[in-house]
Design a protein around this ligand. Structure first.
Ligand SMILES: N[C@@H](CCC(=O)N[C@@H](CS)C(=O)NCC(=O)O)C(=O)O
Length: 212
């Protein structure tokens, strides 16, 4: 397997965690986002969306972190990343999408670059934008976890799932952008528990060989 990744990419971070949790060996190909290597023709031929991550597994070229993780879970089911009933899976997907669909796309490098370069947003407004979407998303997720009562050590009881894989990179990003996080004790408690696990520790940006 070949993983196209960048140390600071949160969507790549999700996939690194999933690969580690499943113990799947892979070779990493480093694509620098600041150097805009994702727009090179070689990478574009692989992934027309020009986004990280991308995974090559045999003849399959897989794009979109959430789709790739579900592919891995179906193809290598030994250590499942989803619960065993449709309603529990719907809950885990709801938490996951609350991050991957409702926070992350608004605060990703592409949209932030567009806000700054094309819309003329200054650094303070960019920061306010970033914090706003983290706050709105995290308030809702904290409430969801408390209200549903399905969380435990992790987002879903004591099973590490896709929801946890989404949560950790999002918290890392929020910390990098100095977002206040004290109002989310459940989320942050789960984050601390997850960061005791080797697959999460090994996947974090600081532990990647391409870190600059
Ligand atoms: N929905 C996509 C998001 C991928 C994404 O936005 N990746 C970012 C890095 S985290 C990227 O490659 N951005 C490059 C750019 O916008 O130029 C996924 O989950 O894979």
């Amino acid at each position: 397997m070949k993983l196209y990744t960048f140390f600071r990419s949160s969507a790549s971070f999700r996939l690194r965690i999933a690969l580690n949790l499943k113990g799947l060996d892979h070779e990493s190909v480093f694509v620098s986002l600041p150097k805009m290597e994702n727009f090179d023709s070689e990478f574009t031929n692989l992934n027309p969306q020009q986004l990280l991550p991308t995974l090559v597994d045999g003849d399959d070229v897989l794009i979109q972190s959430m789709a790739i993780i579900e592919y891995l879970d179906e193809t290598y089911p030994e250590i499942p990343l989803m619960p065993d009933t449709p309603s529990k899976r719907a809950y885990v997907r709801a938490v996951s999408h609350g991050i991957a669909c409702d926070i992350s796309p608004l605060n990703n490098v592409g949209p932030l670059r567009y806000l700054e370069n094309e819309m003329g947003i200054d650094a303070d407004k960019r920061q306010a934008w970033y914090e706003h979407w983290v706050k709105k998303g995290f308030i809702a997720l904290e409430a969801l976890l408390v209200q549903r009562g399905l969380s435990g050590k992790y987002c879903f009881g004591d099973q590490v799932t896709l929801a946890d894989i989404c949560l950790v990179p999002q918290v890392f990003n929020a910390q990098r952008f100095n977002c206040p996080l004290e109002d989310y004790p459940t989320l942050m408690g789960i984050f601390s528990n997850l960061m005791e696990l080797k697959p999460f520790i090994d996947a974090q940006p600081d532990n990647q060989p391409d870190k600059v």
